[in-house]
Design a protein around this ligand. Structure first.
Ligand code: 3PG
Length: 305
């Protein structure tokens, strides 16, 4: 009987966990959950005899992987897999997958929740502004970026996007204006919604130069990763520009310093973008099915290493 560990520091909604449990039960697999754990050692211990692990933003680091002697597959129930040590996984013959697209709508909806909250002055009673007729620049036109474009059009925004990996025709057919460079995106859009992954190329890539170039009343919306922001320069921009605001569903490292700008900064207490029942069900079930397809048919669709 294959043993699957679902290790989620931030648990799935009960409705999603129940369905994951049911899928593995029907397939004749053993499925155990480790939720809200407080130390990495608990994850290492729980993974020790697992053949498959489902995670969210949990860190599947080298210690987890090398101590799990039977491990054959790790599925990140979500999009970004920067929390998995791909090198260690490959060295130990462990397949790593993600579940692209399954939680994207949830992330896009939260981006707009935060944009409205900030544009309305954090609901402090004074007059805010509307999104209608404003310009939004989508930085990376992947699964989340596409949902952001769709919702932005509903708000009556003008939508631009930059993504060197997506042909302009795809954007144009979605009613989105393709721009040719990051510089052009930032300098022409009052709102920027970030959807780039965190990797060696993108880490700390969003900083002073781009942010000061944004038009008046600029707002940066980050539902991607905190690592892509140069936080020292972000603080500098806050100090220089009284019209700049920043909203995010990821707590920055410079949270304490940002307190000085709290009317222009908001972040959710936990990483909340993908935290809906629907996204939990979609990503959790996709992860469970991918694991079963891997063991039963050697299906490695969505393998990222
Ligand atoms: C993702 O990469 O899928 C999102 O950042 C969501 O992460 P989470 O599953 O930890 O909420």
């Amino acid at each position: 009987m294959h043993k699957v560990l679902v290790a989620t520091d931030k648990p799935f909604a009960k409705i999603a966990s129940d369905q994951i449990r049911q899928i593995f039960h029907e397939a004749g697999y053993e499925c155990v959950f480790l939720e809200k754990y407080t130390t990495q050692q608990e994850f290492i211990d729980a993974a020790q005899d697992a053949e498959a692990v489902i995670i969210r933003s949990d860190k599947a680091d080298a210690d987890v992987i090398k101590n799990a002697g039977k491990l054959r597959i790790v599925v990140r129930a979500g999009a970004g897999y920067d929390n998995v040590d791909l090198k260690a996984a490959t060295e130990h013959g462990v397949v790593v997958m993600n579940t692209p697209g399954q939680n994207s709508n949830a992330v896009a909806e939260l981006a707009f929740g935060m944009m409205v909250y900030q544009a309305r002055k954090q609901f402090n009673g004074s007059s805010g502004t509307e999104l209608k007729d404003k310009t939004i620049g989508i930085h990376a036109y992947g699964n989340v970026g596409k949902h952001v474009a769709r919702i932005a059009k509903g708000f009556g925004m003008k939508v631009c996007a930059f993504d060197p990996f997506v042909p302009s025709e795809v954007m144009i057919s979605d009613g989105v204006v393709p721009v040719q460079s990051v510089d052009e995106l930032y300098s022409s859009c009052q709102y920027i919604s970030l959807h780039i992954p965190a990797n060696e190329k993108t880490k700390k890539s969003i900083g002073h130069k781009l942010l000061v170039s944004m038009p008046e009343n600029a707002m940066l919306v980050n539902t991607a990763r905190k690592e892509v922001i140069n936080e020292t320069e972000l603080l500098q921009v806050f100090a220089e520009r009284k019209d700049f605001s920043y909203v995010s569903d990821i707590e920055p490292d410079c949270l304490a310093e940002l307190d000085a700008f709290k009317g222009r900064f908001y972040c959710t207490p936990k990483k909340m973008g993908a935290q809906t029942e629907e996204a939990n069900i979609n990503a959790g079930i996709a992860a469970a099915r991918q694991i079963i397809a891997f063991f039963e048919h050697n299906d490695v669709t969505f393998k990222v290493n």
